[in-house]
Write a protein that binds this ligand. Structure first.
Ligand SMILES: [Cu+2]
Length: 282
């Protein structure tokens, strides 16, 4: 009995070793001790937009994007580092306050704070919709941080250079119905493909110089066109408001090339703007 048990466990051990070696095969390449191993950083592949100390919280705030900052809806990624150890802080409350200083006045911009106080892969995703470029003033992104580790709060003022993109990704108009100024920001499909794609954009309304809340009051329709070929596409799905000023529909890119999405905005039954479009090249 004991011998049986012993050989059984031997067999198990042997089996386990075989499985373990099998699973580890990929990592079992001959180690090259001459090449220093650089650990992958969570900010690899991102563009740094700026950084500043959150004085009082003991935190260096770094702001990243997938590309340089532009006029429009920017997805940003905020890294918080302990200013003593340089370690990433992954649990903190982060609140944004974008501000543009112009010659005679200052104003804010629409933004979306991180959805959670817990970092995603060490970064806090958020968005800022810069409503104009830095050509007429200076943008600062205020990042208020409450560090849960020591319960200290501080604000970093991160200077950010904003450029007008080509093609443009944001337009604005004044509605004749309520005299309100509306900003429309394009959110291009993340993985564009021939055929049906998400067609997404945000709508913000200027409530004051410092307040740009999301708006869901409009009925929006669009029509895609290939301007160089004079045709559109069938089976598009008109956008509907899905929350926080985001509208989502489907656009059918039937072939590669330049597509132009002509937009129409209605307040009630009144067309308030039908002069703008977003371009996207597949
Ligand atoms: Cu401005």
């Amino acid at each position: 009995m004991t011998i049986n048990k012993f050989s059984y466990s031997l067999l198990l051990a042997a089996l386990f070793t075989v499985v373990a070696i099998g699973c580890k095969k990929k990592e079992n390449v001959i180690p090259d001790t001459n090449t220093p191993v650089t650990p992958a950083s969570p900010t690899d592949g991102y563009t740094k937009l700026g950084n500043a100390y959150a004085t009082g919280a003991g935190i260096m705030v770094e702001v990243y994007g997938k590309e340089a900052a532009f006029t429009g809806y920017n997805k940003i990624y905020i890294a918080l580092r302990d200013s003593m150890t340089n370690d990433f802080i992954e649990s903190a409350e982060v609140k944004l306050a974008p501000k543009m200083q112009m010659a005679t006045m200052s104003h804010a911009a629409p933004f979306e704070n991180p959805a959670s106080a817990t970092a995603v892969n060490k970064l806090f995703p958020a968005t800022v919709s810069f409503i104009m470029s830095s050509s007429t003033g200076t943008w600062t992104l205020g990042v208020q941080v409450q560090n849960f580790a020591n319960n200290k709060t501080g604000t970093a003022d991160v200077a950010i250079e904003v450029k007008d993109p080509t093609p443009m990704k944001m337009f604005s108009f004044v509605s004749p119905v309520d005299s309100g100024k509306y900003f429309i920001g394009f959110i291009p499909p993340a993985n564009p493909t021939t055929g049906l794609n998400d067609f997404e954009f945000v709508v913000y309304k200027k409530a004051s110089m410092m307040m740009f809340p999301p708006d869901s009051s409009m009925t929006v329709t669009f029509e895609p066109e290939m301007p160089t070929m004079n045709h559109g596409s069938p089976n598009n799905v008109q956008p509907v408001h899905v929350g926080m000023g985001h509208y989502k529909g489907k656009v059918n890119f039937t072939m590669p090339g330049l597509w132009r999405m002509h937009m129409e905005f209605k307040s009630g039954t009144t067309v308030v703007d039908a002069t703008h479009y977003f371009d996207f090249t597949l």
